[in-house]
Design a binder for this molecule. Sequence first.
Ligand code: BEZ
Ligand code: MG
Length: 548
Amino acid sequence: MKSVAENTSKDERDAKVFALYEQLLEIEQRLIPTGLHVFGRASSAGEKIDLLKMIASFDRAEAGVRALPENLVDEAVREFVSAGTEAAVRFLEQKGLSAAETRPVFVLLETVSTKLQTNNELDSLVRALQGEFIEPGPGADIIQNPDILPTGRNTHAINPYGVPSAAAFTRSEAVANSLLDRYRNENGRYPEAMALVLWGLDNIKTQGEGVAQALWLLGTRPVRDALNRTTNVEAIPLAQLGRPRIDVVMTVSGIFRDLFSPTVQLLDKAVRLVAQLHEPLESNYVRKHVLQQVEQDACDLDDAAVRVFSNAPGNYGTNVNFMVMDSQWEREETLGDLFVTRKCFAYGRDSKGSAIEGREARVAMDRALARVEATYQNIDTFEIGLTDVDHYFEYLGGVSKAVEKRAKARPAIYLSDSLSRDVKIRTLEETVRLETRAKTLNPKWYEGMLKHGFRGVAEIENHVSNTFGWSATADAVDDWIYSEVANTFLFDESMLERLRDLNPHSAHSLVQRLLEANGRGYWDVEDSVLEKLRDISRSLEDQLEGVA
Ligand code: BEZ
Ligand code: MG
């Protein structure tokens, strides 16, 4: 007989091993781009199999296609690629799945597979240069909407009056709930106010998932008019919602503002509707905050209910990314202040029906951000993540830094992964770690990049700089990340040789960025490491000046 203590520690050990196993699986299964797209070139066999597996893992109610079971996708898709639809259907029949259920998946994969082999990009470019018509296709993520194939077409957006689609709205309930559950597990209560980042292209790709998540947080649902246009919202009764309505501050990109004007109106309308509901204040944080503000600032309800912010008309972006990259800033709060300076223009319609179209509303934005306890952005693609581009940290990092000063506390920062089978909410720190392991430090990823020579080294350096952006805006990068970047790319002599041969400029920038990370207090590391980095930096400078 074992003692209780021994059993408990065994259970604890098993739980730890299992958690570790799950983490490893998460990293292993993460789909990553292994190299840049070469214009005019069709995907390789390996890329094709990976894509088909992802496509087969998604339910597509609209096309009557059910996802293949997780444990069989790999084998079934390989069978399909090597022996065709009927063989794959038979394989799954032996595992107890009916042909009627699985055949539609492979019919879809056949179409995708054929379209992946045709690449019209160069032809279309030449035709476009000759002034010919290029037929448009939907702009989307290939996994969410395989109809984007073949590539080499113009992209059309979507009808903003169709946003959010019924499917996007349904899907978003679970995301909003998981987000609130995660915050509640960590803080013991709901966040009273959240700041959301909404982008245009993302809401095109997902038919408005981000928009739907905002509506759910507020406890509202879209209402269609006689022409089937989403022009109105209604409140979901509190009894049905089963939780308080969250105050949502929306910072929308310039592209979103331009493409989704009716949606901007819809979101503003939702906030104003909720603010006017006669409900207990502990169940309606929008109303609670709006009434507080009316009293404190002696302003009217209209001004206190402004929640949709973007750039001034005709303006785009936050410039936070440029400020970070140029290394000329002194205090972190400047980054958050710049975000507000760029994004403090309100959009919507007041209670008298007058349009608010980019009205400067800095005080209103400061007040709204001062109440925010969590910030959030929906991630809907495997192709572009937190460290691939500087836009995530300029927006989500920028707004989080702005909140930190105004609320006098760093908000919880979350991202969703709406591409995974089960809704997954991660903290920013978790996402940075996952991205780093799956991409920046993953030989499959960086060797894929290095095949592109000069550009590949620039991509590696970009990833490190974008990671640094998460230190500057959110202090979300662990020391080990910078240490491993140094070990992998600079302290491995043969790797350093490759980088300096292919692109000494980017190699030098990479070293400088690491030194900056240390200089600004984001990377705690021994002096001997810094000395080695300075030596490498000097030798790269000599090389660039042609001395060496
Ligand atoms: C957008 O689609 O709204 C967007 C695209 C790139 C950067 C920022 C925003
Ligand atoms: Mg640190």
